[in-house]
Ligand binder design. Structure first.
Ligand code: ADP
Ligand code: MG
Length: 292
């Protein structure tokens, strides 16, 4: 690769908000055949909103939300922000949380006003020896709408659930179509459950998903594809995505995402929109064609 043509490509990319780290990233990107995309914050806005509160019989809606939101004050997860904001919009006074603990890929635990509270996905409540019980059907109905459901456990019993919705970015759908047309195999990976993941994927024409993945699974999925001879790019935004971005042949970070994600990536999309990947591919093709 001539330094000149690479400089031209990276310069053009930069003007369009596609930051290519070095010649190697550009060269590798031309050979990519598989693209893994994280869901939250990558396909979606990453700005979920609280859309539902469903108490279990004998529990009060306001109390379920207040306990959940008080606990989530300790978390920086986008889902936590949605719950806290939802409570604030409803004019709620939050309590005092203690013993806060984040359970990666599953949820959070701690105490609120002296009560033991856990909040998170099905895996989290299963770890506690619980199940969704009477809320199971209602939880599935919410997931079929693409919502993420979290269970609220108070003193060892499921007290209710809260659900949030995270709108898909305006540019996502068209970018994915263009990427399909360019011949990429596209796989959505998410820590979200299968049902929610399928609802979102089917709206976007993504036919391959890996749901319920823990952060460390994303890097493993990439290693497996690589051992099958695939050349893999991974697009993600979160702190949790950094190991996968580093494992990928080319990591692609959302400029709107976490700093460690950006540091681990070969390409950064300043605006956080996937159409930057289409541009990166065209630049890589044009540059490599010039060189050969
Ligand atoms: P993603 O890959 O979609 O960005 P994460 O690995 O960050 O997802 O989270 C996976 C799942 O773990 C979430 O969908 C949610 O159910 C649960 N979870 C993670 N963090 C929290 C939190 N702070 N509060 C409630 N649930 C959480
Ligand atoms: Mg994410």
């Amino acid at each position: 690769a001539t330094p000149m043509s690479i400089m031209t490509a990276t310069g053009r990319g930069a003007q369009a908000g596609v930051l290519i780290k070095n010649a190697e990233a550009l060269e590798r990107f031309e050979k990519i055949d598989t693209l893994i995309v994280d869901k939250t914050g990558t396909l979606t806005m990453g700005k979920p909103r609280l859309v539902g509160i469903l108490p279990e019989a004998g529990h009060d809606e306001a109390e379920v939300l207040r306990l959940a939101a008080t606990l989530e004050k300790g978390s920086e997860h986008p889902l936590a922000e949605a719950i806290v904001e939802g409570a604030q919009e409803r004019g709620m006074k939050l309590g005092d949380a203690g013993d806060f603990e984040a359970v990666t890929g599953k949820g959070v635990m701690g105490t609120v006003d002296g009560k033991r509270i856990a909040l998170g996905n099905l895996k989290l409540i299963q770890d506690l020896g619980l199940d969704a019980g009477e809320l199971a059907d209602k939880a599935n109905a919410r997931r079929d709408e693409g919502e993420t459901v979290m269970f609220v456990v108070v003193e060892g019993r499921v007290a209710g659930m809260v659900s949030v919705a995270d709108p898909v970015k305006e540019t996502t759908s068209e970018a994915l179509k263009a990427l399909h047309d360019l011949g990429f195999r596209i796989i959505m990976a998410t820590g979200d459950n299968e049902r929610t993941a399928k609802a979102v994927a089917s709206r976007l024409g993504i036919d391959e998903i890996r749901a319920d993945v823990l952060p460390e699974d994303k890097a493993r999925i990439i290693r497996e594809l690589q051992s099958e001879g695939r050349s893999v790019a991974m697009a993600g935004d979160g702190v949790n995505d950094a190991p996968a971005l580093a494992q990928a042949d080319v990591g692609i970070a959302m400029g709107t995402g976490a700093d460690v994600a950006i540091e681990s990536a070969g390409i950064t999309l300043v605006k956080g929109n996937l159409d930057g990947i289409v541009r990166a591919r065209r630049l890589a093709r044009a540059t490599m064609r010039n060189i050969r």
